[in-house]
Design a protein around this ligand. Structure first.
Ligand code: LER
Ligand code: MN
Length: 282
């Protein structure tokens, strides 16, 4: 008898953030967000810190554990969005600070028991780094993956649509890139929002990444970046493909807090839970 181990997660900001990022869920203080995530029925939360060194790790662990949640991932999106730091930044000082921040994010993931750190907009653009950018990013992520491995953490590179990046825009390019780096702690994060813009199939990218042993994490949002069910994506075929290919990780909602941050979170869990409950032998 087969059963799945896919779990639902909500992306939330951590309390040190100077201002909101546009794709975080749940309202209130950080302890209130954690409690709401539990009440709504999530099994995990993805933390999106801006400056992990400013955070009280013990308090975060206490809150997450007492709500019987897991930290599904450390999302790096707040760092470029709020701080303008990217790994391929054309300003060498910003690029240096970004590499330092990546180390801190990995360390933070280790301390709060998160399995991975996401690398989405945080990588920056080739346009900023010139012709050497791709080799440079491979070297940075290879080195960061060594550090992550020492701390039992992994890195998940996220293909982003062509409006948001000029390096790794779809799953095929993502697989090529990580296979070139060839590090067991560097894999892929597929975000349904970007899949909708860049891919030709709802299921093949997930299947290919999973069959290559590289599908480390998933971000959920509908085509309009609203909660699943508020747009056009057929999440049932995605969930079915994940199930058939044995994906065991988190599906983590990272989307616009509309009509408000709590309703969007509730809608995500309701919509996705119904699909997961329909899978065989659950
Ligand atoms: C940005 O569109 C995104 O999906 C984030 O996960 C990137 O950091
Ligand atoms: Mn994403």
């Amino acid at each position: 008898m087969t059963s799945h181990n896919m779990r639902l997660s909500l992306a939330v900001q951590t309390p040190e953030s100077p201002s909101p990022v546009p794709v975080a869920l749940l309202s209130g203080s950080f302890p209130q967000k954690v409690e709401k995530a539990r009440q709504i029925g999530a099994q995990g939360i993805e933390l999106m810190p801006f400056d992990p060194q400013a955070l009280d790790v013990a308090e975060i662990r206490r809150l997450v554990e007492s709500a019987q949640l897991q930290v599904s991932a450390i999302g790096s999106g707040a760092v470029p969005f709020l701080g303008g730091l990217t790994l391929l930044n054309s300003d060498p000082e910003k690029a240096r600070l970004a590499r330092q921040r990546l180390k801190e994010l990995v360390q933070f993931a280790h301390l709060v028991g998160a399995p991975l750190v996401t690398i989405g907009s945080f990588r920056g653009r080739l346009a900023g780094a010139g012709i050497q950018g791709e080799a440079q990013l491979a070297a940075i992520l290879g080195e960061a993956a060594d550090h992550a491995q020492e701390l039992q953490v992994r890195l998940a590179l996220e293909p982003l649509n062509h409006y948001e990046t000029d390096i790794v825009q779809n799953a095929g390019q993502g697989l090529d890139f990580i296979q070139r780096v060839g590090h067991p702690c560097l894999g892929l994060l597929l975000d349904t929002y970007h899949v909708n813009i860049e891919e030709c199939s709802w299921t093949v990218p997930f299947k290919q990444a999973q069959q290559a042993g590289c599908l480390f994490h998933i971000h959920l949002s509908d085509n309009n970046r609203l909660a699943p069910g508020f747009g056009l994506i057929d999440f049932s075929c995605i969930v079915q493909a994940l199930y058939e290919n044995g994906y065991q990780g988190f599906l983590s909602a990272e989307l616009f807090p509309q009509p408000d941050a709590d309703t969007a979170a509730r809608q995500t869990i309701r919509h996705m839970q119904a699909l997961l409950e329909n899978l065989p032998c659950n």
